[in-house]
Design a binder for this molecule. Structure first.
Ligand code: FAD
Length: 567
């Protein structure tokens, strides 16, 4: 059957509250018996979201035994790391997006896309309830439901306002392509308004005060882009107001880029200071009105206000209402994101997977399991492990949780690390005095420090391709499980757990300089890293079309500068 024939749309009358339902229980007419039976045997996979996680899953899914329904309010994939470049016209919006239908156009897997938003998940009846983004022509009904055998949730997160008054009404977010386009227009609007002849200098100064809230990688990159845009392109075009422009970066903690190496933080702060970007650390925003932003100094508690022309809010991510509602249903309350196990399965649910920014692997559970491995290794319950037992236990932990080895190495758990590493290397010792209770309590300390995986495209994309690989080999792994031995229950897990590989991170700082922190704590800052940044981001593009567009945008910018029409 062709992909388009797989969906039968039926209207449920009565009980469904006038909902439309997508059902594939009845094969389409015209199929021969074999094709119809194949059709019936297909497992229905519903994928929510066309961001990094969802798209990576779809790109890597090759097994034709699924019927896949993709639901997202966005019919395209957006390369988010280049959004700050879109805000200042360095790169065009259309260069960083690729239609999802083009990405999933495959010959052997039936993948259908519906532009709609999922509004509720019913894990008991295995259904998702959705709402079309567009007005429908028929009877005006916008809601429909879809049944699933497997649900893959990759809906990402929304901007976090911490419920600070006035943020939603007055600040710009930088999360979606539309946000970046709005910011681009707004920057130019500020310059045009400041040039109106009837304004006082004070008013011009206010309009040309750009405030960025949040000193993370996105806030810093936007501040740097804006600084370059103003100095390299707009100063020449608006000479009358060039002295009045001010850029302020507000950060609540003591430093910007605090997830990076200290050398990078220091370099960025120094560079911004030199260039006149006012970095105010230890300063939390408490209110945003239409013309003023109020802050409170964290240490002294002093409050103050400053007039602004434009605020960009970039303070991290919050939970989407859909996920909050779902977490209530499955008793995952008091959490920011969905908790999954290391196979990305949502805890407490059957056949529901969650990846990307809307989920995280439950580290507490991981720690409990690690403690249990060591306890199990102590076969005679003496509290002492032989070297062999210790080695086996370590191997078991590292096979199950590869990230732990790295984690233990990096986090000042010297006594335990020494013990573990010693046990691995020193074959002459006969036994290790290891008190299991002490070890467990040390691990519980690790638990509080153990960080969740970062909410990045890198994590989301790797999770998507890991899960697709599991789906591709589902039947094969059923017969030959390859995962670690089960704790609770017999045999092995079907798959190895998800393993995150960190390839490093960039912080573009403007002026053709970038800071790069690569694995092994290798830090490089400057023009050479900028070229590395160009190469990595060109190579990571989702298609040859976007790659060509992005590279040509960069070349256009070198030759003609950035566009200053704001369109
Ligand atoms: P997203 O990519 O946000 O995708 C979520 C998808 O779900 C979207 O298609 C959305 O339309 C859809 N959706 C939303 N609600 C619903 C619903 N109710 N029903 C169905 N679908 C829904 N990471 C890096 O690694 N490197 C970087 O340099 C980097 N730079 C960034 C710069 C910016 C400006 C931003 C905003 C983020 C950046 N990130 C970067 C982070 C990265 O973009 C995210 O971690 C990544 O997008 C997470 O992927 P995701 O698939 O979970 O969510």
């Amino acid at each position: 059957p062709t992909a388009s024939k797989l969906l039968v749309v039926v209207a449920i009358s009565g009980g469904g509250g006038g909902l439309l339902a997508y059902s594939d229980s009845k094969p389409p007419e015209g199929l021969n018996a074999i094709a119809a039976s194949e059709y019936k045997n297909k497992k229905r996979v519903v994928v929510l979201g066309t961001g990094w996680a969802g798209t990576s899953f779809l790109k890597n899914l090759k097994n034709p035994s699924y019927d896949v329904q993709v639901i997202s309010p966005r019919n395209y994939f957006a390369f988010t790391p280049l959004l700050p470049s879109v805000t200042c016209g360095t790169v065009e919006a259309r260069s960083i997006v690729e239609p999802i239908r083009r990405i999933v156009k495959k010959k052997n897997v039936g993948i259908h896309f519906t532009e709609a938003e999922c509004i509720s998940i019913d894990p008991v009846n295995k259904k998702v309830y959705c709402q079309f983004s567009q007005d429908t022509n028929s009877d005006g009904k916008k809601e429909f439901s879809v049944d699933y055998d497997y649900l893959v949730i990759g809906v990402g997160a929304r901007a976090n306002t911490f419920n600070i008054p006035g943020v939603v009404e007055n600040a710009h977010f930088l999360k979606e392509v539309e946000d970046a386009q709005r910011i681009r227009r707004s920057v130019i609007d500020c310059f045009e308004r400041a040039n109106l002849p009837t304004l006082s200098d004070e008013e011009r100064r206010r309009i040309l005060h750009f405030v960025i809230v949040g000193g993370g990688p996105t806030g810093v990159e936007f501040a740097a882009e804006l600084h370059d845009y103003v100095n390299e392109d707009l100063m020449n075009l608006y000479p009358d107001v060039k002295k009045l422009v001010k850029i302020t970066l507000l950060e609540a903690t003591d430093h910007i880029l605090n997830m990076f190496d200290k050398r990078i933080t220091a370099f960025a702060e120094e560079k911004f200071k030199r260039e006149g970007i006012d970095v105010k650390t230890g300063s939390a925003v408490v209110k945003v009105s239409d013309k003023e932003i109020s802050t409170k100094a964290i240490k002294s508690g002093e409050t103050s206000s400053m007039p602004y022309g434009m605020v960009v809010w970039s303070t991290g991510i919050g939970t989407r209402p859909l996920i909050m509602d779902f977490m209530q249903k499955i008793s995952q309350t008091n959490r920011r994101v969905l908790a999954t196990d290391e196979w990305l399965r949502v805890e407490g649910c059957d056949n529901i997977y969650a990846l990307g920014d809307c989920a995280t692997i439950n580290q507490r559970k991981v720690m409990e399991d690690i403690a249990a491995i060591f306890k199990k290794a102590d076969k005679d319950e003496s509290g002492t492990l032989t070297v062999k037992e210790m080695q086996d236990a370590i191997d078991d932990v590292v096979e199950r949780y590869p990230q732990v080895e790295l984690y233990l190495k990096n986090n000042q758990m010297e006594s335990i690390v020494d013990l573990l590493m010693h046990a691995k290397g020193d074959k002459t010792m006969e036994s290790i005095e290891l008190n299991i209770e002490e070890f467990k309590s040390a691990l519980s300390k690790v638990d509080s420090q153990m960080k969740n995986l970062p909410a990045t495209a890198q994590v989301a994309a790797q999770q998507g391709s890991y899960l697709a690989d599991c789906f591709n080999r589902m039947e094969e792994a059923e017969r030959n499980p390859e995962g670690p031995i089960r704790f609770r229950g017999e045999g092995r897990h079907r798959f190895r757990p998800f393993r995150y590989k960190h390839f490093g991170q960039f912080a573009p700082l403007g002026g053709e300089q970038t800071a790069a922190q690569l694995p092994g704590d290798w830090v490089s800052i400057g023009h050479s890293s900028q070229w590395l940044w160009y190469s990595v981001y060109a190579s990571k593009q989702v298609s040859w079309r976007t790659r060509a567009l992005v590279v040509s945008d960069w070349m256009r910018r070198f030759v003609y500068g950035r566009d200053s029409s704001g369109i």
